[in-house]
Ligand binder design. Structure first.
Ligand SMILES: NC(=O)c1ccc[n+]([C@@H]2O[C@H](COP(=O)([O-])OP(=O)(O)OC[C@H]3O[C@@H](n4cnc5c(N)ncnc54)[C@H](O)[C@@H]3O)[C@@H](O)[C@H]2O)c1
Length: 324
């Protein structure tokens, strides 16, 4: 980024530091995060470490007066996530979580289409986010891939599901679910179905939205990432006895032009803008906490044979924990 200086590179693994030092020869480097925190020339830190380190690294950075961008998910539990948001408020620091898809131009295009009411009343959303790996050993597929779909849903619908039910299995590594089928039910009856998998023959990133007026398909990395189908089924009162009641409508398929900007560049630009006070409010702290509540409800359902778990049961009334 032209208006941001990389002041320091830090990783506990010296080989990773050496690798990135070649890209940023002018930056100082260290194997200890404390050295970053003690450096008064650093305004903000970008944390991209395993999820179980997020709470302690983010909280110590906020306490040291740094603005923080942390990769998704914000923390390993909704309790930790809430404390981090609270801490950022107390220290008047920017805390932004890397829910990259909130900056994806096709995701934003669909948000505009939904807000304009073009699809009519939404009946269901169905998404597939599958690939052969890459496996993570520290968290399940729900914690790894789920935050992408959960953050997109939360952003598009501006609400949380009423409850979540999910089934999955840990076939490759015991205790770490490698695929999950998640159903999220919203207050108004909308059903969102998500297939998350590290165990699939090829990469698929596809979401279908079915509304009363039109249908849409969002396919990441496709040359036409958003397609709107003027398709539907209408019930008609029969004029003659025996006339068929249903009329199928298959009209135009429109693929709106979508900006090709790189989402991660847009989100980091917003982070820098927020530090400078140029971006008023980052919508994503609240979303980041809600995403973890959805992950927790999904994992609770999987652990309980697919029982419907209310999302409201997760992340309420949490107090500060020992690590803070
Ligand atoms: N937004 C996205 O699309 C996206 C994609 C991939 C990963 N991620 C997220 O990024 C984060 C990191 O994932 P990854 O795949 O890069 O992991 P990784 O294991 O490849 O890299 C993590 C790095 O953190 C270093 N590290 C661990 N503890 C540290 C500490 N205390 N201080 C300094 N360095 C430390 C490790 O040595 C390692 O080099 C995760 O939260 C993951 O969910 C987000």
């Amino acid at each position: 980024m032209p208006d941001v200086d990389v002041g320091r590179i830090c990783d506990i693994d010296p080989a990773r530091v050496a690798h990135y030092q070649r890209r940023y020869p002018a930056a100082a480097s260290s194997n200890e995060f404390e050295a970053v925190l003690a450096d008064e020339s650093i305004d903000g830190v970008v944390i991209a470490t395993p999820v179980f380190t997020h709470a302690s690294l983010v909280s110590s950075a906020l306490r040291a007066g740094k603005h923080v961008f942390v990769e998704k998910p914000l923390a390993a539990s909704s309790g930790e996530a809430r404390i981090l948001v609270q801490l950022a408020g107390e220290h008047d620091r920017v805390l932004m979580c890397g829910h990259t898809f909130l900056y994806s131009p096709p995701v934003r295009a669909i948000k505009r289409i939904l807000e304009a009411g073009e699809l009519g009343e939404l009946h269901y959303i169905s998404s597939s986010r599958v690939n052969l790996g890459p496996y993570r050993s520290d968290v399940s597929v729900v914690f790894d891939l789920g935050p992408h779909d959960f953050s997109i849903l939360r952003y598009w619908l501006d609400s949380l599901p009423h409850n979540v039910s999910a089934m999955g299995r840990d076939v490759i590594s015991t205790g770490v679910a490698d695929f999950a089928f998640v159903n999220a039910i919203f207050e108004d009856g909308l059903v969102a179905n998500m297939e998350l998998s590290w165990l699939a023959p090829s990469k698929l990133r596809r979401t279908v939205l079915v509304g009363s007026e039109k249908m849409a398909v969002y396919e990441d990395n496709s040359p036409e990432p958003v397609r709107i189908y003027d398709s539907g089924i209408e019930y008609r009162d029969p004029e003659t006895y025996g006339e068929y009641h249903l009329a199928y409508r298959t009209g135009d398929i429109v693929s709106p032009r979508v900006d090709t900007s790189e989402p991660i560049a847009l989100e980091l630009k917003d982070f820098a803008g927020a530090i400078r006070g140029e971006v008023d409010e980052l919508p994503n702290s609240r979303i980041a906490v809600d995403v973890i509540r959805m992950v927790e409800a999904t994992e609770a359902s999987m652990a309980d044979g697919g029982r419907a778990v209310p999302v409201a049961a997760h992340g309420a009334g949490l107090e500060r924990e020992a690590w803070s």
